[in-house]
Design a binder for this molecule. Structure first.
Ligand code: PFF
Length: 482
């Protein structure tokens, strides 16, 4: 097969590609979402399940996405269509691309709202708003922000404009440089925060919470009724952990696929995927190690939800030396991390509009920006006007539902289809050619992508719907276990 080149340009080097993909992976998912869902799902066991998902599902699916993107060299929708044609299988595989565009649109709509919180906190940190505040004061500050839809709207609008600007100019311009310097800085600042967490006297408690698995908590949902804890089998934390493995690595929706269509041929797929996954996981774990000691030192609730980092880190900035500077820098870098991820969320859709509708990048970005911005209003209201029970479905706000649907259902489903396409629909020769790896590692990948990753996703889905528990009970019954 002759080498294809993307019409959207190519990264300048292998390093540039790695940085851009890491920029997509490292974002609010690592620093905002990972700590709060870990807190909500009981800590260590959740983290353990999440790490297993990264290893046996995340990395193989990332390798598959890289391989497909580099072979197709178009937007995910067109890449899937043309690869399906090449392999002589149904064009319906392009649904992977369509599902990805929709998931990216859903995710960006609330991602931008949360990035707006980070923008607001840059101004607060700069103005010294955290100095000398106690836990109550910090909570009050957070409540005042999320309770005010107009302010949230202003920040959401600003963040969306920032993202559209970069996408309109093309992913290469600007992005490469920003990621090269800002990503290492964010890493260093997280280390500083972990250093601060060590001084709280609760560092070991934080580590224990993060790394000491109590599996009872992940596989069972516990409620305290009349002072007695009652637990029933539950699959949902496992689904959240799996969904987060996809979310944090930007998998299952074509973001990595589209970035890889701009990838130079000489980059090694396996090494790139492992490096990105390791860096991403490290950032999340560091964020957890910085946050939980502060949570325990101040008697806060680990399961307090999406506001967790905004209610804990300001306590550190308010008391540490140079806190005003460190705090400002931290939120600036958080905004950058969110920015480099947001760009990748819309790139699949923009690339498709440019390829198929003949739009300019500017027009395509404007279209997508406006529609996503509108959908974001629903998430803004979830924290104020629509936070009451009357506006909830299954006990979840609009924001919760959108996040659950996109991250825990659409991304794993996209990942499952990608695994089946790469492992089963594609001829062995095609993937072997594209990888050009040693036979041993190639065979390992192929085994993982054909059997392990799809089965893991299917089992987690069945588990979450309660079907797995039903089947296990039946089997035990039939085999005389009861
Ligand atoms: N990986 C990003 C994060 O952890 O913040 C979020 C994300 C970006 C998810 C791109 C999906 C995606 F396609």
């Amino acid at each position: 097969m002759t080498e294809k080149i993307s019409i959207h340009g190519q990264w300048s080097s292998r390093l540039a590609f790695i940085l851009a993909a890491t920029g997509s992976a490292v974002g609010l998912g690592n620093i905002w979402k990972f700590p709060y869902i870990t807190g909500e799902n009981g800590g260590g066991a959740f983290v353990a399940v999440y790490l297993v998902c990264i290893a046996i599902v995340g990395i193989p699916v990332m390798m598959a996405e890289i391989m497909l993107g580099r072979r197709g060299r178009q937007s995910p929708i067109n890449t899937m269509t043309s690869l399906a044609r090449e392999e002589g299988v149904s064009r319906a595989w392009s649904l992977i691309g369509w599902g990805g565009v929709l998931a990216g649109f859903f995710i960006l709509s609330y991602y931008s709202v949360i990035a707006g919180w980070a923008l607001a906190y840059v101004m607060r940190a700069l103005g010294g708003a955290f100095n000398g505040l106690d836990a109550k004061g910090v909570q009050g500050l957070f409540g005042a922000l999320v309770g005010d839809p107009e302010r949230l709207l202003a920040w959401h609008t600003l963040f969306m404009l920032m993202s559209m600007m970069v996408v309109a100019r093309g992913v290469r311009a600007g992005l490469e440089k920003a990621v090269t310097y800002l990503m290492p800085m964010l890493f260093i600042l997280l280390l500083v925060l972990v250093g601060f967490a060590m001084t709280t006297g609760y560092f070991m408690k934080g580590l224990d919470f993060l790394f000491h698995p109590d599996f009872n908590r992940v596989f069972h949902e516990c409620k305290t009724v009349a002072g007695i804890e009652q637990c029933e089998l539950s699959g949902s934390p496992v689904l959240v952990a799996l969904g987060h493995a996809f979310f944090t690595l930007s998998l299952g929706m074509g973001a990595i696929m589209v970035y890889c269509s701009y990838m130079p041929r000489q980059a090694s797929i396996a090494r790139s995927a492992i490096l990105i996954a390791v860096l991403d996981t490290l950032v999340a774990l560091l964020a957890g190690m910085a946050i939980f000691p502060i949570v325990f030192a101040n008697g806060l609730e680990p399961g307090s939800g999406p506001g967790l980092i905004f209610q804990t880190l300001p306590l550190a900035f308010g008391t540490m030396p140079w806190g005003q500077l460190v705090g400002t820098l931290f939120f600036v870098l958080l905004v950058f991390a969110a920015w480099t991820s947001a760009i990748s969320l819309i790139e699949p859709a923009v690339a498709w509009l440019v390829e198929n509708q003949g739009m300019t990048r500017v027009r395509a970005s404007a279209w997508i920006g406006v529609t996503t911005w509108l959908l974001g209003l629903g998430s803004i209201f979830s924290f104020n006007l629509w936070s009451g029970d009357g506006y909830k479905l299954f006990g979840k706000t609009f924001f919760d539902l959108l996040d659950y649907l996109a991250a825990n259902i659409m991304l794993p489903l996209g990942g499952l289809l990608i695994a089946i396409f790469a492992g089963w629909a594609m001829r062995r020769q095609s993937s072997e050619d594209e990888f050009s790896m040693q036979p041993g590692p190639y065979r390992l990948w192929r085994w993982l992508i054909r059997y392990v990753s799809p089965l893991a996703v299917i089992l987690v889905f069945l588990n979450a719907t309660g079907i797995l528990a039903l089947v296990v009970t039946r089997l035990k019954f039939v085999s005389g276990g009861y």
